[in-house]
Design a protein around this ligand. Structure first.
Ligand SMILES: NC(=O)C1=CN([C@@H]2O[C@H](COP(=O)(O)OP(=O)(O)OC[C@H]3O[C@@H](n4cnc5c(N)ncnc54)[C@H](O)[C@@H]3O)[C@@H](O)[C@H]2O)[C@@H](O)CC1
Ligand SMILES: [K+]
Length: 594
């Protein structure tokens, strides 16, 4: 399990270590430098490093703006010229591990994040790289700058060299280190760092594969460390080297999408899960229900966590103990959703799947999956709403083949509105698509709502919040938590990174390839989650945090199945369902079905 620490928690963990004289910054800088050296060497060995010529031109242009002592001078680089085409250079100094002559540009802010970057820069210089630091503020970490200069690095102030020259320099470099701000950042990057990053981000977009390898130091500067927001310009990184612990913004969308591959450098924080309580010592954990946005941890499940959660059958299990999933999905106009949701449930290992809906749809479900029982009866979880039209209160008689009536009945059972004698007691449910418009009562957390951003915005508008799809996409964590608090249900907000918010920890899962954004994929996910909830039906009702964990597990399996079915190309929703058994088998065998 990946576990992110908020900026407050990082600070609390840091304080005693710094007080004890632990060299945190030296460790961070060394780890950062090792990653940069490895990546530059790798790229050179693969022939992907920038040309020596390009780097030389970029440096020559900057040199025009530097005094002979390396300090900023008066000459200016003409703005707007792009130099240093990046092409493979067979003549680069050879061999894996060789970084001599490679050029790094450091973007250095005023705090310790800039300090890490300068100390790392000193390591790079000592390994034979040419390193230029662009100091974005009047202040820079004193010891870091001294060490960098002593090693032979050159530093220039942004105020002197100006943004266009830095863009040119970057285009001629092999690697850029973004050390403008780290966990001390608040809000969008302010000028001049904000302007610099905007120009670099634009240049990156325009230059595409000619852009140098970009490494974010601790976090991509400008992201919301704790909430994953992207409130202003951010230079997208190929890799983020983060120190001590992951930060929520590295897991949460949309910021997570700017971080590239995330690599953790151990600087000596207590790391084991057992020490989790200790490392949070003194950090107020607010009870759920407060408006504190930091309540609950931000986690990401990994394959081993899902294997431990999966309701694998034992020798004494039979189809009823394993859990029956009741599916109310599809109409005669949209029968496919019923087939996909039922397939997701069957192929993820439900003891039994019951389908409730119009006969014409039931027949199609049976044709696709003869295992499905097309009749009512006891179930241990419900999957409600895929392929069912949204309820339109102005419409007298929606053409839904009686599906709304069936969904209202099931919702009355799962929300506890009907007596146990009638319903057999509360049970978990997945509420998807049209069923999201049929909620009338407060939900228990064992009911998982599975909207995408547009559907969540609509749900929230119905609850009095002024919000549209774009606003939800900008702050998925905030709105998912808001929806949880407003409805009581667990919210699974679908996206490239899916966020699950319930009463406790939040999960941010990034398991699926972009090809997964295809019609019907969500129906399959609903079916998989239905199976997981049915398999642990009683526990889900008793433990109010379990539905969110299982929802995250369903997202992981769905994403890995999509990756497998896609194999780098397009993927059809039914193929995702078909890939699920092999993915589950590998998970249970302890493998990572990546
Ligand atoms: N957590 C750890 O264990 C370690 C952390 N270290 C580093 O220390 C960093 C935190 O250092 P600091 O607390 O000095 O803070 P930062 O270096 O993250 O940034 C704080 C500085 O940036 C400015 N700033 C804040 N928000 C800004 C904005 N929106 N636009 C422009 N400037 C802004 C502030 O005025 C302040 O000067 C970490 O991110 C990490 O890189 C390492 O040095 C040592 C190990
Ligand atoms: K940074």
């Amino acid at each position: 399990m990946k576990d992110a620490w908020s900026s407050d928690e990082i600070r609390k963990a840091e304080e005693p270590l710094i007080a004890a004289g632990e060299p945190l910054m030296a460790r961070a800088a060394y780890g950062l430098a090792q990653v940069v050296l490895r990546e530059v060497a790798l790229r050179r060995a693969e022939g992907r490093a920038g040309t020596a010529d390009g780097a030389r031109q970029g440096r020559a242009r900057l040199r025009g703006s530097l005094g002979s002592d390396g300090l900023p001078g008066q000459a200016r680089v003409r703005p707007g010229r792009v130099v240093g085409r990046r092409t493979a250079d067979a003549g680069a100094p050879g061999g894996r591990g060789d970084v001599r002559g490679a050029h790094a540009v450091l973007l250095v802010g005023p705090g310790n994040n800039g300090g890490d970057t300068l100390f790392a820069g000193a390591h790079l210089v000592r390994r034979g790289m040419t390193v230029t630091a662009v100091l974005a503020s009047a202040r820079a970490h004193e010891a870091g700058l001294a060490a960098f200069r002593a090693a032979g690095g050159r530093a220039a102030s942004l105020a002197d060299v100006r943004v266009p020259a830095v863009v040119e320099l970057a285009l001629g470099a092999d690697v850029i280190l973004d050390g403008l701000v780290g966990v001390g950042a608040r809000g969008a990057l302010r000028p001049p760092a904000g302007g610099l990053v905007r120009a670099l981000a634009d240049a990156r977009d325009a230059a595409a594969d000619r852009w140098p390898y970009t490494v974010a130091v601790d976090i991509p500067s400008g992201i919301g460390v704790d909430d994953g927001a992207v409130p202003g310009p951010v230079l997208r990184a190929d890799r983020t080297v983060t120190f001590g612990a992951l930060k929520p913004g590295l897991l949460l969308p949309p910021a997570a999408q700017t971080a590239g591959e995330v690599e953790l450098v151990d600087v000596g924080f207590p790391a084991s899960p057992a020490s989790g309580a200790a490392r949070r010592n003194g950090v107020a954990r607010h009870a759920w229900g407060t408006t504190d946005p930091a309540a609950g941890r931000v986690l990401r499940l990994e394959p081993a966590d899902v294997a431990a959660l999966w309701p694998a059958p034992g020798a004494r299990d039979h189809k009823y103990t394993r859990g029956a999933v009741g599916v109310v999905a599809g109409t005669s106009t949209y029968p496919g959703a019923a087939v996909l949701a039922a397939s997701g449930a069957v192929l993820s290992g439900a003891g039994m799947v019951r389908y409730l809906g119009p006969e014409v749809v039931g027949t199609r479900v049976l044709l696709a999956r003869p295992e499905v029982v097309v009749a009512g009866g006891r179930v241990q979880s419900w999957v409600l709403g895929p392929g069912v039209p949204a309820l339109d209160p102005d419409d007298e008689g929606p053409d839904d083949d009686g599906q709304a009536r069936r969904i209202f009945g099931a919702l009355a059972a799962v929300t506890g509105v009907l007596s146990e004698d009638v319903t057999g007691g509360r049970m978990p449910a997945v509420v998807d698509a049209g069923a999201l418009t049929m909620l009338e009562h407060r939900l228990p957390p064992s009911v998982v709502l599975t909207p995408h951003a547009g559907e969540l915005a609509e749900l929230l508008r119905g609850l009095g919040h002024e919000v549209d799809r774009t606003a939800v996409e900008a702050r998925p964590l905030h709105w998912a938590r808001t929806a949880h608090q407003a409805t009581g249900g667990t919210i699974l907000l679908k996206g490239a990174v899916t966020v699950v918010a319930g009463p406790g920890d939040v999960y941010a899962q990034a398991d699926a390839p972009a090809w997964t954004a295809t019609a019907g994929a969500g129906d399959v996910l609903a079916g998989i989650l239905g199976t997981l909830l049915a398999g642990r039906s009683r526990a889900v009702v008793e433990d109010e945090t379990l539905a969110a964990r299982l929802a995250a597990a369903a997202v992981l399996v769905h994403g890995r199945a999509a990756a497998r079915a896609s194999a780098g190309g397009p993927v059809a929703a039914l193929e995702i369902a078909r890939a699920v058994p092999a993915v589950v088998a590998e998970l249970l065998a302890g493998a990572d079905p990546a």
